[in-house]
Design a protein around this ligand. Structure first.
Ligand code: SF4
Length: 301
């Protein structure tokens, strides 16, 4: 194992987190820590600086350029919003790599370009935009903007990035299933040898919970996908348990169920298996956020 991420919940609640960080670094692994940044302070940042290497990353979520928008997304107070921005600045000042992710919903889709500008001003090292993961029992479904709306807002970000001379890398776009957006089809068709957006679940990444249970990804933390427990079995043994990972390692296309005629099925493979399982109890259905898949569904249902 060469790469480790500490995330889910707020890791800095743990009083021994810095000990865990030191242990991981002693094992010479790359480290990413996902935090809401509200529990950071100058002392912790100084200690982090002493142990993190130049390739390690602190990831923070900022979903709005203003307190009002960030509050709608994350329920933060004004003091917390200011603290998050301030701590990002302190991390940058100390030379620690900061990646900021913004999840795009209809609360902040029109703020995407302002979020980008704010993060350029702070001087963070990477920006990613992510799409909403649709939860079966929540209202998040209604928070997802139309694909065209997301695309238009993202184009503004790209133009701004161009104007500013691309100061920081945008490492992820907010379009959930790029192949499934009818506006993007001609662009994708025109790119020869298009690289696959492959899902690392069970192929190059695993999820380990606080009890040592191992799953393919953070969105498939349930008993259907439990590979085993690291307190009882070694990682190499778990990694070789064929049946557990086959669904992910052998995923070829999603043509059996929802995407029978899709031109992109061999590269897209039906999108996110976890999203499909969340809504349809089946990892082989098409990602419900795909515009094209919605069309197939209407056609065949
Ligand atoms: S229809 Fe299926 S294979 Fe095609 S782009 Fe959508 S999710 Fe991917």
């Amino acid at each position: 194992m060469s790469d480790s991420k500490v995330k889910s919940g707020e890791p800095f609640i743990r009083e021994d987190l810095l000990d865990i960080v030191r242990y991981i670094k002693k094992k010479r692994m790359f480290l990413g820590i996902h935090t809401n940044a509200t529990l950071l302070n100058t002392k912790i940042i100084k200690e982090l600086k002493a142990v993190l290497s130049e390739v390690d990353v602190i990831q923070v979520s900022i979903d709005g350029s203003t307190y009002e928008i960030n509050r709608k997304m994350r329920m933060v107070s004004k003091a917390q919003h200011d603290l998050i921005l301030n701590n990002c600045g302190l991390l940058v000042e100390k030379g620690i790599n900061v990646k900021v992710n913004a999840t795009i919903t209809n609360h902040n889709v029109h703020d995407m370009v302002n979020i980008y500008s704010l993060l350029v001003d702070i001087g963070v090292n990477e920006i990613s935009f992510s799409s909403v993961f649709l939860m079966r029992n929540s209202m998040h479904y209604t928070f997802m903007p139309e694909a065209e709306e997301i695309l238009n807002a993202f184009v503004k970000v790209l133009i701004k990035s161009e104007e500013k001379g691309h100061p920081i890398p945008i490492v992820q776009d907010p379009i959930a299933v790029p192949y499934g957006d009818s506006n993007l089809i001609s662009i994708y068709k025109s790119i020869p040898d298009l690289a696959s957006f492959y899902c690392p679940a069970g192929i190059s990444a695993i999820e380990v919970d606080e009890k040592g249970n191992v799953f393919p990804c953070p969105f498939l933390r349930n008993e259907n996908f439990l590979a085993g427990n690291l307190l009882k079995t070694t990682l190499p043994q778990l990694w070789k348990k064929k049946n557990t990972w086959d669904i992910f390692r052998n995923k070829q296309t999603s043509t059996d169920l929802d995407c029978p005629d899709c031109h992109f099925s061999s590269i897209c493979k039906g999108g996110c298996a976890a999203q499909s399982f969340e809504l349809f109890n089946n990892t082989d259905c098409a990602d419900p956020r795909c515009d094209l898949a919605k069309n197939w569904r209407y056609k065949y249902v």
